[in-house]
Design a protein around this ligand. Structure first.
Ligand code: PLP
Length: 384
């Protein structure tokens, strides 16, 4: 396929690593448990359609997204497996969901009553969301859950096909609160007598750490992308994860400047000797934030420091010696034996690894690799 971008900055998405991570999880939890591949937020910044297809080929059987637009994008692109919207959908949009065979989350009796007003034909498939301690979306009490079940039984327009909850601390060493939520989930499930449901409580952390607590499906997000759900559990993973995301650019200008030369806005950096400065065509508008000003990047397999402030579209590095324009520079990923991990960047930004690929904006094209060759490039700037 074509390689349609014209800047020297891009993300590489290693689809073979997705395959590895999904297959490893499947092996770990057992064939009987379904994998729901979580591809919300453009697959955590990786590219939703390509990740979805790869995950399904590798053994996932359903997809989950955050809101209806994300589900419609996948459906419109020819994905035909069940797609679950995890977040709240406007009641007025229920018919659109039916038309596109999208499964919605029901999280309150009020929502059902509201949705009913907009239903004329067809049946909406629903997963009931239980709030067992996250206090985000979900039904908290037996009474409301029973009322929802009754409401659906009495209506020909609604069908419950699944029930689930979400843990707040599945990635923490202390499992007391996890156990509390798990117990609450079991209690609430007693209100349901329907047998053929997809029952799921686990995210990646739960799948990795408590494979016997998954019921019949797991919602696999962060670890499909090869990342540990937290730093805390990173050293006790049951199988090795392969990082999917890398961020690449190239030197576009290389120059030698004398000692005492200022670099970038604010003139905050001053060379302490004659230095080789390299300019990179990536900046904070690409999601390479100003707070990354002290980080390293990889050039010829070695770490080199960013110097001066990160600009909107560009930033500068101090090179150890003269290098040709066009030399590849890795901001996230591997070169030879060096690896700047997503976790390293997250730590510098004082955040979690989830946020890092999400923050690299859509102006950075995504290049999809399979068996080390480029199978597709996605550049929203030129393809709407
Ligand atoms: C995002 C999300 C997930 C995926 O969690 P990971 O920790 O990325 O595996 C699972 N369930 C719900 C409800 C989510 O919102």
């Amino acid at each position: 396929m074509q390689e349609d971008f014209y800047r020297d900055t891009w993300v590489e998405v290693n689809l073979d690593a997705i395959t590895h991570n999904v297959r490893s999880m499947k092996h770990h939890i057992g064939e009987a448990i379904d994998i729901i591949a979580v591809v919300k937020a453009n697959a955590y910044g990786h590219g939703a359609l390509q990740v979805a297809k790869t995950a399904l080929d590798a053994g996932a059987s359903l997809l989950a997204v955050a809101f209806l637009d994300e589900a419609l994008m996948l459906r419109n692109s020819g994905i035909d497996v069940p797609i679950l919207v995890l977040g709240a959908t406007r009641a007025v949009d229920v018919e659109l969901a039916i038309k596109n065979d999208i499964t919605l989350t029901v999280f309150s009796l009020d929502w059902l009553n509201e949705a009913k007003k907009y239903m004329n034909t067809g049946v909406i498939n629903l997963h009931v969301k239980l709030d067992t301690g996250m206090s985000r979306l979900g039904v908290r009490a037996e009474k409301e859950l029973s009322a929802i079940v009754k409401f659906v039984e009495d209506s020909s327009h609604f069908a419950i096909t699944g029930i689930y909850t979400h843990f707040a601390t599945a990635d923490e060493s202390d499992i007391a609160y996890f156990n509390h939520q798990y117990k609450r989930f079991q209690e609430l499930l007693n209100c349901i007598s329907q047998q053929d449901l997809l029952v799921h409580c686990g995210n990646s952390a739960t799948g990795l750490r408590f494979p016997d607590k998954l019921y019949n499906a797991v919602r696999l997000g962060i670890s499909m992308y090869g990342l540990s759900p937290s730093v805390e559990v990173k050293n006790e993973l049951p199988f090795p994860l392969e990082e999917v995301f890398s961020l690449q650019t190239k030197l576009v200008h290389v120059k030698k400047v004398p000692k005492g030369t200022k670099v970038s806005y604010g003139a905050t950096y001053e060379t302490t000797e004659d230095e080789w400065i390299g300019t990179l065509p990536i900046g904070y508008a690409d999601g390479w934030l100003r707070s990354l000003k002290d980080s390293d990047v990889l050039v010829e397999g070695k770490r080199v420091p960013l110097i001066g402030r990160v600009c909107m579209d560009q930033c500068m590095v101090k090179l150890p010696y003269e290098l040709p324009v066009g030399t590849k520079v890795t901001l996230i990923g591997k070169q030879n034996n060096e690896h700047i991990t997503v976790d390293e960047v997250a730590k510098r930004l004082d955040t979690i690894n989830y946020e890092v690929p999400c923050m690299i904006t859509s102006r950075v094209p995504r290049m999809f690799l399979k068996n080390k060759s480029i199978i597709e490039v996605c550049n929203p700037l030129l393809n709407s």
